[in-house]
Write a protein that binds this ligand. Structure first.
Ligand code: DGT
Ligand code: CA
Ligand code: CA
Ligand code: ZN
Length: 575
């Protein structure tokens, strides 16, 4: 795919432009925006050019004539001159280096200038020589941070984001279904349990022609190579960078196979113990009595039933107490995606989004949402084109107008993603905050404050009694950035005392709060809001990942505020 590479190049150009003295913020943003657009196209840019020429490109969101020509240049020559020229000045592997926590383009450049570091290997070397602590702007602490950052990056190798794994699994399953060789296909493993990262895909199939299924799989265009091919199990390596296990299972074992391969392993071990206590045997082929007679096979729920348990949804199967509840008939009725009526974290062109407010609203309405909250960034988010006090008022005026226009379709609430500054104060004056229907606040800067100061910062914001929702509370980026450090229990208690709601951010890189923190926050009887943090219309569909996380955190409908109808929600915010 050309798209991926061009997006990478544009991001790198943006990084390099940021380094030059006469850098132009608009140009930098333009490259970043274009990269986002290209990355998410379903069609390769070369196909667009073939069909509609360069004009086809300029019709895309965020791509003007100059950038369209750069894309065309890449398709024609395999290169972009501007990139090559910048690369001569900055021969640095920004793409990989900036994936290390605490290392942005500026610091990477400083390491290059001073110590000739141009890639991760060089960085490891100078770290081992303890050379970085002597540089201006760096210290012993930065050295430690970089070492930890490299460790985090390396430990994540091999696991990919659910947001990448699930669509790929669905694509393969769809192809299998239409192949004509299978009777039934289901997804299993961590992807089915909606775990935030996935080690490999697991797919189960019923088929009377397993050879044909395996031939079909190994020839899919998504497959890079075949690792092992058999009649009952085949493993292929996928181009997205993980492997996929396909198992063909006899019809009479399908239920047991599902129970086994959905996992998790810890859950299975415990369930098997229960079977043994009852005098049964449970494996991936069936549930048997002592004489070896099969008592449950064809379907999964049957197995739990025979063991005297309720059926636990896959998202709960992590041996975190769900088995005990299932035995006592006390499993919570987990939230479902259809329970969600609105989305309270959405960006538009007013800051770093790709679409207009109206486009976002119409897209949300067509997905069945009855309200959205607009939350473009506040002024401190300079690179993200954050709004100052003047612009945010125009933003609210425009929302009023669009509300009038769309009043039969959807309701739009006024808000803004307001930065919690270093001292815990907010990035907008009270006068502006009062004009909002609710205040969504979040931390984007000074992420490496120590635990004590960070706790104080968040508590100050919460105790100000000015905020309604804290967005992506830990600010982590999966595989890239550790969560900020603060006293969770203190913050959760303060949130409870001040009616502050915690977000479950559905962005696959964020999924913040995560399952464990949700379970912990639930102990404080907190309320949650499951939002997409959409930056373009297609992002609105990321909601299912937030729902996955919420189910993994055992949430039910009434734990989540955006299951409320509009009027009740407004009342809740007024309280
Ligand atoms: P992953 O791939 O690391 O993201 O996580 P899973 O859960 O998909 O693990 P995977 O692919 O190794 O195995 C798929 C399922 O098979 C797993 O969730 C439970 C089951 N399984 C694998 N190994 C064992 C085992 O040794 N004992 C039991 N009881 N179940 C197992
Ligand atoms: Ca797996
Ligand atoms: Ca597997
Ligand atoms: Zn946001």
């Amino acid at each position: 795919m050309n798209n991926q590479r061009i997006a990478e190049i544009f991001n790198e150009i943006a990084d390099m432009l940021e380094l030059s003295k006469d850098s132009n913020i608009f140009e930098i943003r333009a490259y970043k925006k274009a990269a986002l657009t290209i990355e998410s196209l379903s069609e390769d840019v070369s196909e667009i050019i073939e069909k509609d020429g360069i004009e086809g490109l300029t019709e895309l969101n965020g791509i003007g004539k100059a950038l369209a020509e750069k894309i065309n240049e890449f398709i024609k020559t395999g290169k972009i001159k501007k990139y090559e020229e910048l690369k001569k000045i900055y021969p640095i592997d920004f793409k990989n280096l900036t994936r290390i926590q605490g290392l942005g383009p500026k610091r990477a450049y400083s390491l290059y200038k001073n110590l000739n570091v141009s890639n991760i290997e060089d960085l490891k070397k100078v770290l081992s020589e303890k050379k970085i602590q002597t540089l201006p702007g760096f210290g012993k602490k930065s050295e430690e941070e970089l070492e930890n950052g490299i460790k985090l990056l390396e430990s994540s190798k091999g696991r990919i984001l659910l947001g990448k794994a699930l669509p790929e699994a669905e694509l393969i399953i769809k192809k299998l279904k239409s192949s004509g060789f299978v009777e039934k296909v289901v997804l299993a493993g961590s992807t089915r349990r909606m775990k935030e990262t996935v080690g490999d895909l697991d797919i189960l199939v019923i088929s009377i022609t397993p050879e044909k299924v395996m031939d079909f799989i190994t020839k899919l265009p998504e497959v890079e190579k075949t690792i092992a091919k058999g009649i009952t199990k085949t493993t292929v390596w996928l181009k997205i960078g993980i492997s996929c296990d396909i198992r063909v299972v006899p019809k009479e074992s399908f239920g047991a196979a599902q129970q086994y391969f959905i996992g998790s392993k810890d859950h299975n071990v415990k369930v098997r113990q229960i079977a043994v206590k009852k005098g049964y045997k449970l494996n991936e082929y069936g549930l048997y009595d002592l004489k070896g007679k099969i008592i449950a096979n064809e379907d999964e729920s049957n197995i739990y039933e025979k063991l005297g348990m309720q059926y636990p949804e896959p998202e709960m199967r992590e041996n975190r107490g769900e088995i005990e509840l299932a035995k006592e008939n006390k499993l919570p009725k987990l939230i479902r995606i259809d329970d969600i009526l609105g989305d309270l974290h959405i960006h538009s062109k007013y800051s770093d989004g790709l679409n207009t407010i109206e486009e976002m609203a119409i897209a949300a309405a067509s997905l069945g949402r009855s309200y959205i909250g607009m939350t473009d960034h506040s002024k401190s988010e300079y690179v993200a084109n954050g709004m100052d006090e003047k612009r945010v008022l125009r933003y609210f005026d425009e929302i009023d107008k669009i509300n009038e226009k769309l009043k039969n379709k959807i309701k739009i609430l006024k808000s803004a993603e307001t930065d919690i500054l270093k001292d815990g104060s907010l990035d907008f004056s009270d006068k502006v905050l009062e004009k909002m229907d609710y205040v969504l606040a979040s931390i984007h800067t000074n992420l490496n404050m120590n635990r004590q100061d960070m706790t104080k910062r968040i508590l100050t914001a919460i105790n100000s009694y000015k905020i309604n929702i804290i967005a992506h509370p830990t600010a982590r980026l999966i595989n890239q950035r550790q969560p900020i450090e603060f006293d969770l229990d203190k913050v959760f208690q303060a949130a409870k005392d001040n009616n502050v709601v915690l977000e479950i951010n559905s962005y696959p890189e964020r999924l913040d709060l995560n399952d464990e923190n949700i379970l912990r926050a639930k102990e404080f009887n907190l309320l949650f809001s499951i939002n997409t943090d959409s930056h373009r219309t297609s992002n609105l569909e990321l909601l299912r990942y937030g729902i996955g996380m919420a189910k993994r955190g055992w949430l039910i409908k009434k734990d989540v505020i955006n299951t409320l109808p509009y009027e009740n929600l407004i009342k809740l915010f007024k309280k």
